[in-house]
Design a protein around this ligand. Sequence first.
Ligand code: ATP
Ligand code: MG
Length: 419
Amino acid sequence: DYTNINSEKIENLGGYLEVIDNTGEVIFRKGNPAMKIDKYDLKSFNEIINNSLELPYSSYDSENSSYNYIYRTVYNEEKDFLLIIAIPRDSAESFRMNHRKLSPKYFIMLAVFIALFILLLGFIVYSRISSKNFVRPLKLLIEGSNKISNGDYSARIYLKSKTEFGELRDVFNGMAEKLENEKMLKEKSEELRRRLILDISHDLKNPLSIVLGYSDYLIKNESISESESKRYLNVINQNALRANNLLTELFEFSKLQSVDFKLKTEHLDICEFLRELIASYIPKMEEKNFQYDFDIPEKTIIAAFDKNHLDRALSNIIMNSIKYNPNYTHFIMTLFTINKDIIITIEDNGIGIPTHLQKDIFNPFVRVDASRNHKSGGTGLGLAISKSLIEMHNGSINLESDLNKGTKFTILLNNSLIS
Ligand code: ATP
Ligand code: MG
């Protein structure tokens, strides 16, 4: 029913529609053609068909405005009529161009699609970056932790990061370093303990086997002269004394290491204390023709110290100087204060301590004469005990020595001055 055709869009474009019956007569029209034809003949049809081909605009068309249209025809077989739709060429062009432009709906869909695509792309890139920023540090941390749990405390994490992972790395490495240091200390103290037991057994074995040998000989031989047996008894006595000395010093040394050990600190005149101490060694020095000088202030200097244990610490150093140095050695002892600290120096110009032993000389059983012959008789515990006691006084002991030039011990008692 061509009368019901909605031709609004066509007319809006300036086009029109016509219905032609089988004689070529126009029986229906909507819109305004530039040139009205009421009855089409074969010639005009020919022109319409040629112009419908959308061929480039011809000069022939420009002369006649009726051909500035693009035509389409629909033939209705049942009712035997032809419908012609004509749209001005210009409008058709621009209409087509407009349709080529994106419709808002299509545009939104495309925009959403692009946005989703960018989002997806961003997500992929982000997950790549975050895997680098999260997974790698985590992997390194797990690797490091596994190493530590397997006992490899040298494990460290090498990671460039300014985030929390950087902090974690520092904490981890700090922890690993602490564990490594503790392991090393433990191994060192274990080694020291082993050596201590070895030294003790060695040092006890010698005098005890002498005691056993000589006493056995005395028991088995009744015909020994009195003078001979006295000589043997003397050897037994000497060696028993040596073993006893070692055990006494060892007992004292282990007491110092115990957590229950505490100093009995008093406020006393340290100058007076030192004068009395050194006075007790003057006879021994004179026996060996020592030359001695003491520089101890005449005034009263009150300090906090445990007199018995400081006596023990300094006595060993003074005794060493007398024991290990030749006759006519020059011995100097001084005391002075710097601010609240007390400094005591004990010096001699004797045989000195070889450089290679200086850093170990404060360790238990370290002696220059490693053979421990009974002549010098020492156990090698003296300076270890002195050092422990001085450190308990919140102090430190320092050694300067040159072979054949002499030895100087400087004892610093931190902050112990009272007045
Ligand atoms: P102990 O004191 O237990 O009887 P010791 O005297 O052998 O034994 P330390 O007092 O620790 O042990 O001394 C260690 C070693 O240092 C001594 O054996 C000695 O070789 C050396 N020594 C210490 N003081 C002097 C010194 N003033 N001059 C030379 N050598 C010294
Ligand atoms: Mg000694």
